[in-house]
Design a protein around this ligand. Structure first.
Ligand SMILES: C[S@@+](CC[C@H](N)C(=O)[O-])C[C@H]1O[C@@H](n2cnc3c(N)ncnc32)[C@H](O)[C@@H]1O
Length: 207
């Protein structure tokens, strides 16, 4: 009986999360970029190369926290997780649901303008930002800022509903970055892939 109540409560939470995501999508389709939050099979793919050695971890565009839960399940402590999200409704939900983690309600393009990580370099970035909907200049500003705060050997894990990496080629060339496919699942609505973005060579980070 207690088990049944717990299952019903979990189901209600999932429906609430989907509804709040849908409402935000209808208000800001270009910003939110998806009708529904990602499911756990995709969250597993997005975080499977992350463990405690990658702390601190940065998450961009966490929405309602699908990838956040998976990052914490990989052993990253809440205090070693920083989330950057533009949507103020999502920011309030994230602050409520992930106590101890750092939530910044700001544009990912601005992350290198202040010290968000206590002087440490970020060991991995997980991104839900809808790069396919961004202008090349916006994509470039975000990637430039991300690679400034990241450890030279670290990777950014990017979700996409497309069949290629969602970054403009000229931006990857200009920043000397390379994208590789890191997994795909059909068990998501819509089916989605993860791309791993790294510096072409660690030495290019120092130039
Ligand atoms: C497709 S949703 C992904 C949400 C969540 N990661 C998931 O997979 O369910 C994109 C998220 O990125 C956020 N976002 C869009 N542009 C952003 C930006 N420039 N900086 C930070 N967050 C941004 C949106 O508000 C939204 O929460």
């Amino acid at each position: 009986m207690v088990m049944q109540h717990q299952q019903v409560a979990n189901r209600v939470d999932i429906v609430k999360e989907r509804l709040s995501f849908l409402v935000q999508y209808l208000r800001n389709p270009k910003e939110v970029g998806a009708l529904l939050p990602s499911g756990s099979p995709l969250a597993n793919i997005m975080t499977r190369e992350i463990d405690t050695r990658n702390a601190p971890v940065l998450e961009l565009g966490p929405g309602t926290g699908s990838f956040t839960r998976a990052i914490l399940a990989r052993g990253i402590k809440p205090q070693d997780l920083t989330m950057v999200e533009t949507n103020s409704e999502f920011c309030s939900l994230l602050q409520r649901d992930f106590p101890g983690a750092h939530v910044h309600c700001m544009n990912a393009a601005d992350i290198s303008k202040q010290d968000l990580f206590g002087g440490r370099k970020v060991g991995a970035v997980v991104s839900g930002v809808p790069f396919l909907l961004l202008q090349p200049a916006e994509a470039k500003a975000i990637l430039k800022a991300v690679f400034e705060v990241m450890h030279p050997d670290a990777a950014l894990y990017q979700v996409t509903y497309g069949f290629t990496a969602p970054f403009p080629r000229e931006v990857l060339r200009a920043l000397d970055l390379t994208a590789t496919h890191a997994g795909r699942t059909l068990r998501n609505a819509p089916p989605a892939s993860c791309y791993r973005l790294k510096r072409r060579s660690a030495s290019s980070a120092r130039h």
